[in-house]
Design a binder for this molecule. Structure first.
Ligand code: ATP
Ligand code: MG
Length: 443
């Protein structure tokens, strides 16, 4: 096989014969000529098969999305055909040979057409190849990179959290059961919470990118049955402000990174780089409710979350806003409450463009207080002995937070449904295929 040249390097090979490998994005028949757009991981280029080319017969059967190896001459385009500002807009491949490495069947719809979300999800092995999906998951990959890098630079060590657990971390949230050895029931983790708290012991600052599984029967644009969270936890804090500052720095670093790397993606999504001021605004739940003129409920309705984000953007120039001081009874059982601040907790949420993307808190670090809180909530401390060991052997005051990767990605590009920002989403109605229908096999 000839040496492969990447499409992104073609401009350095004008006048030479090269072989590229990639997919057919577009095919246009024009009289006896066939035009193609090819793409590989480095970009795209136009190619033409002239009537006299040896490739003309093969070219007749090459369908869109086929994987091909193409040999041809890299030509400069005549001045009048140059497409300014487009990658390889000044060159064209004069095709001499096309080898089909993997033929594509006739597509069920035009790739890139506006599809119903369910149709998009039914056909992911195909639809993930669209420019739109590739953009979303490039963005997601960069968010993961930047988030990790930022935390590492802030002294955090990454660890791998388990997905199979013996109990339910949040105590009481809806959980998927798994048949385990010894006639035991195991559960799919709803959060890496306990494990990251335990990892404060060895590392002081620890983080994990973990799968979480939620069995809530929620059919919304923001809930998945399986989600990815970026969780950190840190020791020796005075209050929740310290994890909030770490999170703020991580968010700022991430936004800066994707702004520099993905200007073109923001443009294609007709959105702009999120606004992050030097200090993300902070409101207590009550302050937020007073601004919106709504009653002092113990939690925020999604509609109010949207409104307070609009306020934050308009008044504070920020697409992010922290909400603090939720009533303790509305937060997870391990959330710290200072007696002088009762009945409010040291928990916080971070909202981004109308949606909660993160929850965090200072946690209870005193063993007996934690056990007392468990009992108050009706949990049996005997079920938590493994976790409680951490509190028997020197647990400092600590706190942390958890950011949902899919929600963060979705809001970054202002995608309305979090499922589109998940490569392979699981929800109440599907695991890859729809649960209600047996998929048809087409030979
Ligand atoms: P919500 O109240 O919106 O259902 P939550 O408060 O139950 O979310 P947390 O337990 O605080 O969620 O989880 C931390 C973060 O993980 C959330 O802020 C969110 O970004 C993400 N997350 C949690 N559950 C889901 C889910 N079912 N689907 C997608 N992302 C989720
Ligand atoms: Mg939350």
């Amino acid at each position: 096989m000839e040496k492969r040249t990447y499409i992104g390097d073609l401009s350095q090979h004008v006048g030479e014969s090269v072989t590229i490998m990639g997919w057919v994005s577009v095919r246009r028949d024009q009289g006896k000529m066939v035009f193609f757009d090819f793409r590989d991981m480095t970009g795209s280029v136009q190619g033409v098969v002239l009537p006299k080319s040896a490739a003309i017969e093969t070219a007749k059967d090459v369908r869109v999305e086929s994987a091909v190896a193409v040999t041809g001459l890299v030509n400069k385009r005549p001045e009048k055909n140059v497409q300014e500002g487009k990658q390889n807009g000044d060159i064209e491949l004069q095709i001499e040979r096309v080898e089909v490495l993997g033929a594509a069947a006739t597509l069920p719809f035009e790739l890139g057409a506006d599809l119903h979300l369910e149709t998009h999800l039914d056909n992911l092995p195909l639809t993930l190849k669209t420019q739109r999906s590739r953009d979303i998951f490039h963005m997601q990959s960069s968010i993961l990179d930047a988030y990790r890098t930022s935390l590492k630079l802030q002294g955090f060590t990454e660890f791998v959290a388990p997905a199979l657990v013996g109990g339910d971390a949040e105590g009481g949230s809806a959980v998927f059961k798994v048949d385990y050895f010894n006639d035991k029931t195991a559960y799919l983790a709803t959060s890496p919470q306990f494990y990251k708290q335990i990892m404060v012991g060895p590392f002081e600052r620890a983080f994990t990118v973990a799968k979480i599984f939620r069995a809530e029967r929620s059919a919304t644009t923001r809930h998945l049955s399986e989600a990815t969270c970026m969780d950190f936890e840190m020791g020796f804090i005075e209050n929740e402000k310290e994890p909030m500052r770490v999170l703020e720095k991580t968010i700022k670093d991430t936004v800066k990174f994707v702004a520099e790397k993905h200007a073109d993606i923001f443009e294609r999504f007709h959105t702009s780089v999120p606004l992050v001021p030097d200090e993300i605004p902070i409101l207590t739940l009550r302050e937020a409710q007073d601004i919106l003129g709504v009653p002092h409920e113990p939690d925020m309705e999604p509609e109010n979350e949207r409104q307070i984000c609009e306020w934050s953007k308009k008044e504070k120039g920020s697409d992010f806003i922290f909400i603090t001081r939720y009533p303790t009874k509305k937060r997870a059982f391990y959330t710290y409450e200072d007696p002088s601040e009762s009945p409010y907790s040291r928990g916080f949420d971070l909202l981004f463009r109308g949606l909660e993307i993160n929850s965090g808190a200072q946690r209870i670090h005193d063993h007996d207080t934690l056990v007392a809180r468990m009992k108050e909530r009706g949990f049996d401390p005997a079920k938590f002995v493994f976790y409680l060991q951490a509190f028997r052997y020197g647990m400092p005051p600590h706190g942390g937070s958890s950011t949902g990767l899919e929600r963060f990605t979705a809001r970054m590009l202002e995608i309305p449904n979090v499922k589109e920002a998940t490569a392979f989403p699981r929800d109440m109605t599907r695991i890859d295929s729809r649960l209600s229908e047996a998929p048809e096999f087409e030979s």
